[in-house]
Design a protein around this ligand. Structure first.
Ligand code: CA
Length: 250
């Protein structure tokens, strides 16, 4: 083979690799990620990981600035540390949710008690990861949130064989329609919308019943029992001492 021919082939191979890479990037969902974290090492590790996964990243070490950036509407996901200068992460999240923002939030904290996690989830975090954490796991959870966002946009939620149509309030399992009373439907939607999130009984009750509405003390457990019977025994997972989460259907 002549030198010229070899060069031509190398050039063609490189072009083909670049095209495949570009194609892969275009197919991947892009997230605009806001990192609010005052530990420089962790922040730069997070930035590198998200940028390698082709997401865009902005970082601030400051709670107050984090809150105003989060409210700007320029982000899809916030990674939120709790121990922060100027404003604690819990206060940031509380203020964000009271401003009606539905920005996806993953708390990343060294506070590892169940009470801390429940508090974080109660005030509106979508997920909670305890430090030290695996970057791969954080990226996987970010992908879950991204898929959920895409599903909400199309007004359906698909989880394995389960499909919820949010407009028609219908549900199908393995393509067969299943009739659910309104509250069972609402519970299923609540869990399926945030499949990585654990909901306490109180949270579920608040989501399903109006203020002052009388509920039987075991109402939620009865709804869960019905969903398991009508759909799948694993559709709802019990988290001992905390509450319920969407089940792993794989
Ligand atoms: Ca910190």
């Amino acid at each position: 083979m002549t030198v010229a021919a070899r060069r031509l082939i190398n050039c063609w191979l490189k072009l083909r690799r670049n095209a495949a890479d570009l194609n892969r990037r275009l197919q991947e969902p892009k997230l605009r990620v806001l990192i609010v974290e005052d530990d420089d090492m962790i922040a730069s590790g997070l930035r590198t990981a998200f940028e390698r996964a082709h997401h865009t990243v902005e970082h601030t070490p400051d709670g107050d600035e984090g809150l105003s950036l989060a409210k700007s509407g320029n982000f899809d996901l916030m990674i939120l540390d709790l121990g922060l200068p100027s404003k604690d992460g819990i206060e940031v999240l509380r203020a964000l949710r009271s401003s009606k923002s539905d920005l996806a939030v993953i708390i990343l904290s060294a506070r590892d008690k169940i009470a801390d996690r429940i508090q974080g989830l109660d005030i509106g975090a979508d997920d909670y990861l305890v430090k030290p954490f695996e970057l791969e796991e954080l990226l996987a959870r970010a992908r879950v949130l991204e898929r959920r966002r895409a599903n909400v946009a199309s007004n359906t939620i698909q989880r394995g064989p389960l499909l919820l149509n949010l407009d028609a309030m219908t549900v199908s399992w393995q393509n067969a329609n299943v009739d659910l009373p309104r509250r069972e439907w609402m519970l299923l939607r609540l869990l399926a919308e945030s499949p990585s999130r654990v909901f306490s009984r109180d949270q579920i009750e608040r989501a399903l019943y109006g203020v002052g509405e009388n509920t039987e003390s075991n109402a939620i457990d009865v709804h869960v029992h019905h969903l398991r019977r009508k759909l799948h025994s694993e559709i709802v997972q019990t988290v001992r001492g905390v509450g319920y989460r969407f089940g792993n259907l794989n």
